[in-house]
Design a protein around this ligand. Structure first.
Ligand SMILES: Nc1nc(=O)c2c([nH]1)NC[C@@H]1CN(c3ccc(C(=O)N[C@@H](CCC(=O)O)C(=O)O)cc3)CN21
Ligand SMILES: CC(C)C(=O)C(=O)O
Ligand SMILES: [Mg+2]
Length: 290
C-alpha cells in the first residue's frame, strides 16, 4: 500500500493516530485554536484569497485563516477603493475559496453598505455569506458603534471578526489613509477594542494603528488581535496577497513586505509566449495532434 504524503498540520494537529490505511483527514482550523495560539504567544499569519488556486496554495502552506476581503474591490474588480464592491460580487469569490480549502478558516468581509443600515441588515447579510458563500465567519469594520451589529450576528450563531483603527470603508470620514491611535485617539482605539470583544467578536483586525496602541490592546484583550500596519506585537498579521507576492505594481503601503516579485515573473513569461507565437515557435510538435 502506498502511503500518501501527509500535509503538515501545525494547528493543534497531532498524528491523529489513524495508523495504516487512509491518510488522516485534514484538521480544520477552529476559532479556539486561535485563542490557544494567543495564550501560547505564537503569532499566526493570515492572508487574503479571492479564488481557487491561491486558496489551495495558502491552505497547503499552512495559513490558518484566509480572508475574502472587500479589498477584492481594488484587487480583483478594478475599482479604485473598497467602497464600490457589492455582496453579489463578493459571494461567488467566497464560495470559490471555501470550496478550495481543506483546513483554513475562511472569513468573508462584509462590504460597504451591506451592514451599516441596521442591525437587521447586518444579520441578513452575514447569513447570506454563511449560507450562499459557505463562509466560516464574517468580518465587519467598526468599533463601539457596531457592538449591537456584532452582538446580533453572534447571537445568530455566526462568528464575527471585528476591524478597527483605520477602516477603509470610512476613508472619507477619517480623512484619507491615515494612521489611527495617535495622541487623543489612543483611548478611542482601546475603547473600540474592548467594545468589540464585549460584543462577542472572536478576533479583531487592527489596521494602521501605532505599535504602542496595538501592544496595549493585545495585552488587554483575551481575543486575538490581527495587525496590518500595527507593529510587531499583535497576535497575528494579515496582508493582501497581491502586495506580499509583488503581483500588484506601484507603490505599496509602508506596512507591506514583498516576499516575491510575481509581476516580473508574469511579465517575463507572457512576453516569452507572445514572442514564441509571433516567431512560429509555439505550438511545437509536442503540442500538436494528428
Ligand atoms: N492591495 C491592497 N492592499 C491593502 O493593504 C488594502 C487594499 N488593497 N484595499 C483595502 C485596504 C486599503 N488599505 C490601505 C491602502 C493604502 C494605504 C496607504 O497608502 N498608506 C500609506 C499612508 C500611511 C500614512 O502615513 O498615514 C502608507 O505609506 O502606508 C493604507 C491602507 C489596506 N487595504
Ligand atoms: C486588509 C484586510 C484586513 C481587509 O480588510 C481586506 O483585505 O479587505
Ligand atoms: Mg476589508
Amino acid at each position: 500500500m502506498t502511503s500518501a504524503p501527509e500535509v503538515a498540520a501545525p494547528y493543534g494537529g497531532g498524528a491523529g493516530g489513524s495508523g495504516a490505511g487512509a491518510p488522516a483527514p485534514a484538521k480544520k482550523v477552529r476559532i479556539h485554536h486561535l485563542r490557544e495560539l494567543k495564550e501560547r504567544g505564537e503569532p499566526w499569519p493570515m492572508l487574503t484569497a479571492y479564488d481557487m488556486y491561491t486558496a489551495e496554495l495558502f491552505d497547503e502552506a499552512g495559513i490558518p485563516v484566509l480572508l475574502v476581503g472587500d479589498s477584492a474591490s481594488n484587487n480583483v474588480y478594478g475599482y479604485d477603493t473598497s467602497l464600490p464592491v457589492t455582496v453579489d460580487e463578493l459571494l461567488p469569490l467566497v464560495r470559490g475559496v471555501t470550496r478550495s480549502v481543506k483546513r483554513a478558516l475562511v472569513v468573508a468581509d462584509l462590504p460597504f453598505g451591506s451592514y451599516q443600515v441596521s442591525v437587521e441588515q447586518a444579520v441578513a447579510t452575514a447569513v447570506r455569506f454563511m449560507k450562499e458563500g459557505r463562509a466560516h465567519a464574517v468580518k465587519l469594520e467598526g468599533g463601539r458603534h457596531f457592538a449591537p451589529h456584532i452582538k446580533a450576528i453572534v447571537n445568530a450563531g455566526i462568528p464575527v471578526m471585528a476591524h478597527i483603527g483605520f477602516t477603509p470603508q470610512s476613508e472619507h470620514q477619517l480623512g484619507g489613509y491615515r494612521v489611527q491611535g495617535r495622541d487623543d485617539a489612543f483611548d478611542a482605539v482601546v475603547a473600540d477594542a474592548l467594545a468589540v470583544q464585549e460584543a462577542g467578536a472572536f478576533a479583531v483586525v487592527l489596521e494602521m494603528v501605532t505599535a504602542e496602541v496595538a501592544k496595549q490592546v493585545t495585552h488587554e484583550l483575551s481575543i486575538p488581535t490581527v495587525g496590518i500596519g500595527a507593529g510587531p506585537d499583535t497576535d497575528a498579521q494579515v496582508l493582501v496577497w497581491q502586495d506580499m507576492l509583488g503581483l500588484r505594481r506601484g507603490r505599496s503601503p509602508r506596512f507591506v513586505k514583498r516576499y516575491a516579485n510575481l509581476a516580473d515573473v508574469v511579465l517575463g513569461a507572457v512576453r516569452d509566449y507572445a514572442s514564441d507565437v509571433r516567431g512560429h515557435r509555439f505550438p511545437g510538435p509536442e503540442h500538436t495532434f494528428h
